[in-house]
Structure formats: C-alpha cells, structure tokens
Design a binder for this molecule. Structure first.
Ligand code: DOR
Ligand code: ZN
Length: 424
C-alpha cells in the first residue's frame, strides 16, 4: 500500500523541519519527501492547509484490559488513541491481573495488534503492584515492555525501590514513578488547600508529591538509574526536577493537559469528574507547570487517560475513583492552552507529544525521516470545535472538558502507512 500525502505543512520537530512538502509512504515506511512527488499509483491524501506531523507518542495510558473491560478495552482505547492522533502508547500495568509477567505483556500486545496502534505495555515493578517483591525485569523487557512502573500505587519501600533502580539501570529501562506519599494522601479526593477546606474534606497535600519527587531524584542520583516522574502537578515538583537536571541527574518528567489548564476550583463545580491523582492544584502550580514546559524541564505531555464507568464517576466525590480520559482531547487542549496562547511554538508542542517522549524511551518513533515507520497524523491547527464526551469512541466519558471550545482537530491518523483514523 502506497500513500501520497500531498501539499501539507510538514512539521518534524526532531529534524527542525517546518515546510510545505509531500510525503510518500510505501510498505509502511516513509519512502520519499519533497515537492511535487508523483503519485505513481499511490492513494493520494490532500493535506493542503493542514499540518502533517509525527504520530503522537503518549507514554501514560490506562487501557484497563485485562480485568476492567467495563471501563475500557484495548480495542476501544486504541480507537480513542487513533482519534486523538496517537500512534504509539505506553499502557499502564494496573490491570487485573497486573502486567507483572511476560504473558500479560504479550496478551496486551496481541489485543492491540489489529488496531494498528503501537501499544507498548509497561511492566509492573513489583508483583501484583503490591510493593513487596520485584518482578522479573529482564523477562518483561524481552516480552516488549519499554519501561517499568507501579503507576497508580506509589512505591513506599525505599530498599526495594533502590534495588529496582539498580536492576532497571542494568537493563537500561526507565522507571516511571507515580509520586505521592501514600500515608499522606490516603484515599483523599482533592488537593489540600482552600477547596478541601471549603468542602470540609481532608486533602492530598502538594508536599506528598514533592517529597517523593525529591526522594526519587536522590535515588536516581545515587543509583544512576533513569527515573521518570509521572504526571507532575506542582510548581515545587518542577523546581526539584529542574535543579536535579542542572546537576546532571538522569531524571525526566511528564505532565498532562489537566495540570496546565485546570485548578482545584474545578472540583467545586464538577465534583468527581475533576477528581484525579495527583489532584488538580492551585493557579500558582498551573503557572509552575507552564514554566516547566517553556524552559524544557518537563519532557513530555501525556494524557494519563484513565477511563472509569459512568456509574463509578456518579458516586459522591469521596467515593468515586480518580482519573480522567484524555486521548481524544490532548492535542486540542495542548494547542489551545500552549500554542494558541503564544506560550510555545507549534513544533515544541508537537515535540513534547511525540519526539521527546520517544527519545526518552529510546523508541525509533516521533520522527518522519525516510526509512522510518510511516506513523503520522494530519491535523488542522486552527479549527475550532466543542469537546463532546458523547462522541468519544473511548468507553470513558469522564472528562472535565465536556463542552469546552478548543482549537486543533485531527483529520487523519496513519500508522505504518495505514489510515487508522479519518475524521467523519
Ligand atoms: O487518577 C488516576 N487514575 N491516577 C492514577 O495514577 C491512576 C489512574 C487510574 O488507574 O485510574
Ligand atoms: Zn499515576
């Protein structure tokens, strides 16, 4: 199958390319790029007026299968990814059973195969994510796990975590850490501050996240392991990573659209729909996250796509599960919040969502050079549309952005030369 993508503005951040040209794909890879390429029997896609960029790489997605198929399946999650322009994703291991052995890694990969989305299941750090005994890292890596994480369940045992870092380093695997001290956050629903006080609820303090980031940074420095901080949400957390990077610690971090867009005030009007871990924070934190994106302290924008059922999210704030879906809205929210506001150039937003996470995971993705897999997305950066959760192809409807007017719309998503999503 050959595809000629004609007349688009090609933005390939890793190669500093931003110019109008055609891209010809052949047999799943990028075969040619340049002006006025001849179709030679290829299917032609008219991309004039649109941006052609590397397919997004979302390194933090909860696909829920096996075990929680009422929330999402690999198939529905991948359909949501494709609709959002995502061609590669890292699936989190808090499934049932947890992704703590090669068989589950293989199962998730097999389920994903027909969807066309490149799904890389992260392996759990501890058996059953119980925080007690380490998994077989080498076996998980051999099965295709690109990283290790107990995401959703912060690791508390420091001797075990340090040992995990030594082993991960030996295998050249990054450790992705959900940073929140479990004793401090318990099962609380909101950030500790004005909103929790107004609601009369105990809160999850920012310090619970910052202490664990500090701890992980120091352990990374001590062990030489690559530690990646998941969904960073506080200004001070960003500052800790900034200082660690400045002294050469191998630490990277990610954030999500909700953390550079919303504050904890959202919980007052949206209740459980705005409940997420770590929680939405203050305006000063939102600004700290934006500053970290601008100065390069933050390496990636991910979704932390965390679908839950309507029934679960209809429970009272204190009883509902934490999490928000994000795959179908992340590009638009990033463009609206960071690019259209003038905070970041288009190529930087795209890099944070493709080339940069691919590079930190060591994946040959997020770049459109000849010979690479033809994983790309074509979008209108300016088109305005309204987020409508009832149009999601994800099973999850739990977004705090329902009804929001945003700019930036995915038109086509192409994975290994195949169109896996087309608008309309
Ligand atoms: O809000 C969250 N939901 N944060 C996590 O770390 C886990 C996730 C989930 O699995 O629902
Ligand atoms: Zn998490």
């Amino acid at each position: 199958m050959r595809l000629l993508i004609r007349g688009g503005r090609v933005v390939d951040p890793a190669r500093h390319i931003d110019s109008q040209m055609d891209i010809l794909t052949d047999n799943g890879v990028v075969a040619h790029q340049g002006r006025n390429l001849s179709p030679e029997g290829a299917q032609v896609l008219d991309a004039s007026g649109l941006v052609v960029a590397p397919g997004l790489v979302d390194m933090h997605v909860h696909l829920r299968e096996p075990g929680f198929e009422d929330k999402e399946t690999v198939t529905t999650g991948c359909a949501a990814a494709a609709r959002g322009g995502v061609t590669t994703l890292v699936a989190m291991p808090n499934t049932r059973p947890a992704t703590d052995c090669p068989e589950i890694v293989e199962l998730v990969r097999e389920q994903a195969e027909p969807t066309g989305v490149n799904v890389l299941p992260a392996g759990a750090v501890t058996l059953g994510q119980k925080g007690q005994a380490l998994t077989d890292f080498a076996a998980l890596k051999a099965a295709g796990a690109p990283a290790l994480t107990d995401d959703g369940v912060p690791i508390q045992n420091l001797a075990l975590l340090r040992e995990a870092m030594f082993r991960a380093k030996e295998l050249d695997l990054p450790l992705l850490d959900h940073c929140e001290d479990r004793d401090m956050v318990q099962n609380y629903a909101v950030n500790e501050g004005a909103v929790s006080a107004k609601l009369g609820l105990p809160g999850r303090p920012a310090i619970a996240e910052e202490l664990q980031i500090m701890r992980d940074v120091m352990l990374a420095e001590d062990t030489g392991a690559h530690v990646h901080i998941c969904h960073i949400s506080t200004a001070k957390g960003v500052e800790i990573v900034r200082q660690a990077k400045a002294r050469g610690v191998q630490v990277t971090c990610e954030t999500c659209p909700q953390y550079f867009t919303l504050t904890h005030e959202e919980v007052l009007c949206q209740g459980a729909m705005a409940r997420v871990n770590p929680p939405l924070r203050t305006q000063a934190d939102v600004e700290g996250i934006r500053a970290g994106l601008i100065d390069g302290t933050i390496d990636a924008i991910v979704t932390d796509h965390a679908p839950h059922t309507i029934e679960e999210k209809s429970r009272p704030l204190s009883e509902a599960p934490s999490g928000m879906v994000g795959l179908e809205t992340s590009l638009a929210l990033a463009l609206t919040g960071l690019y259209h506001t003038g905070l970041l150039p288009l190529s930087r937003v795209l890099s944070l969502m493709s080339a940069s996470p691919a590079a930190l995971l060591g994946l040959p993705k997020g770049m459109l050079c000849v010979g690479r897999n033809a994983d790309l997305m074509i979008f209108d950066p300016n088109e305005e549309w309204v987020i409508d959760r009832d149009k999601f192809v994800s099973k999850g409807r739990n977004t705090p952005f329902h009804g929001w007017a945003v700019r930036g719309k995915v038109k086509y998503t192409i994975s290994r030369g195949n169109i896996i999503y087309q608008e309309g």
